[in-house]
Design a protein around this ligand. Structure first.
Ligand SMILES: NC(=O)c1ccc[n+]([C@@H]2O[C@H](COP(=O)([O-])OP(=O)(O)OC[C@H]3O[C@@H](n4cnc5c(N)ncnc54)[C@H](OP(=O)(O)O)[C@@H]3O)[C@@H](O)[C@H]2O)c1
Length: 243
């Protein structure tokens, strides 16, 4: 495992972390959840994500509860984060130390552009979610929606359109990325996760997994990172930025 600073908070987070959305208490029962948590912890993960809304609180019950020592925001507009820092400064309160935005090869603007002024101004880090775009960037949806996948779940029909988009533009980009993963001898999921870590403002990449083999595979993504040189990064950008 590698560790990164969470902005200037003093905290060190594992570069890869693990979250419970969709999976815990739904696709993944208590026993499997314990196995996944133990696997992640054994591989050096020290940051686990959950929310009271995940499966109506069941995901939190499965993971266990903790104490709040630091706080952050999730998907707040940059303007609201500036305001939170101003209020904290003027009232001698704790300011947020992190933002938790979606960030992946197909969803970049907020992290790369909107938040750009925040990193230096407030020393904020990011704990980014959906590095695989709910699995799209593993290539699993290239030929349709597998019956046992996240997007096949009836409760998550709303997610299906935003992940797959209209037409086949998004899936087309995913298909075009596959040869780069093949050249590197890694899976597309590993390439997509490693790519997120090229951004120095990403403090940790929060992984999601519905089964052990996914988490095993994704935790090895760090080995791909040193192979992503400037030329490859440019090739990747050209694919995802194509109209
Ligand atoms: N703050 C927020 O608003 C917010 C929002 C969303 C998520 N989060 C957090 O971020 C965490 C990660 O987000 P995410 O779960 O959306 O991450 P993700 O990596 O984009 O998607 C994870 C899903 O992709 C599939 N998958 C993962 N690895 C795979 C592989 N190697 N091959 C094939 N399929 C694979 C699995 O789904 P299937 O097997 O079911 O297809 C898995 O559950 C969440 O668990 C949650 O804790 C936060």
């Amino acid at each position: 495992m590698q560790y990164r600073r969470l902005g200037t908070s003093g905290l060190q987070l594992s570069a890869l972390s693990f979250g419970a959305w969709v999976t815990f208490g739904k696709q993944v029962g208590r026993g499997e959840a314990r196995e996944l948590l133990a696997l992640a912890h054994d591989r050096g993960v020290n940051f686990f994500d959950n929310a009271e809304t995940y499966n109506n609180g069941v995901a939190e019950q499965v993971m266990g509860q903790g104490k709040v020592l630091y706080w952050g925001t999730s998907e707040w507009p940059a303007e609201a984060i500036h305001e939170a820092h101003r209020i904290a400064r003027e009232n001698h309160l704790y300011a947020p130390v992190m933002e938790q935005p979606q960030y992946n090869l197909l969803h970049r603007e907020r992290v790369e552009e909107e938040y750009a002024p925040l990193y230096a101004a407030y020393g904020m880090g990011t704990t980014i979610w959906s590095p695989l775009g709910s699995g799209l960037l593993s290539g699993k949806y290239n030929d349709g929606v597998p019956a046992d996948s996240r997007l096949a779940q009836p409760d998550y029909a709303w997610l299906r359109e935003s992940v797959l988009g209209k037409g086949d533009e998004r899936v087309g980009k995913v298909r075009a990325l596959q040869p780069i993963a093949d050249e590197l001898g890694c899976s597309l999921a590993q390439l997509s996760i490693a790519w997120c870590l090229l951004n120095p403002h990403v403090s940790t990449v929060m992984l999601g997994a519905s089964r052990r083999e996914q988490l095993e595979q994704n935790l090895v993504a760090l080995e791909v990172l040193p192979k992503l040189d400037a030329t490859l990064a440019r090739r990747i950008r050209t694919i995802v930025e194509a109209a």
